[in-house]
Unconditional design. Structure first.
Length: 129
């Protein structure tokens, strides 16, 4: 059975984890397209939510081009998401595994491309924790 996610725990606070993550992603030529602060958004809409939970949308343009040239349906999974959140007073960094998502396409070449991207993103997350 394939695990859907890869998640680690870090002693860093949310902002330190995100800063480290951005630096490590840059080394792998991934950029952060967007940072979504779920707590801020929900509270801004009058909802009671006090957990720190940030979603980073990340992309490597060369990899995006490769997967889209191979199979346009992969666009449904782009950009990649990495979440940084607090649970039980600990900071967690995680992502849905590209291989778990891409398996839905039932395309062997896409699985290989997803594994390559996944390995690189896991390396970034591990280095950031």
């Amino acid at each position: 059975m394939i695990m859907f996610d890869f998640t680690v725990e870090t002693d860093k606070n949310i902002e330190e984890a995100i800063q480290s993550l951005e630096e490590n992603l840059k080394l792998e030529k991934f950029g952060v397209l967007w940072k979504f602060d779920i707590k801020e958004k929900l509270q801004g809409n009058g909802l009671d939510f006090d957990k720190e939970f940030k979603v980073l949308e990340v992309c490597n343009p060369q990899e995006a081009q490769r997967v889209l040239n191979e199979n346009e349906m992969a666009g449904y999974f782009l950009p990649c998401k990495i979440v940084v959140f607090e649970k039980d007073k600990k900071t967690k960094i995680g992502m849905p595994k590209p291989t778990a998502l891409i398996n839905l396409l039932n395309d062997e070449k896409m699985k290989q491309l997803a594994q390559h991207i996944e390995d690189r993103l896991i390396g970034c997350i591990k280095s950031s924790s």
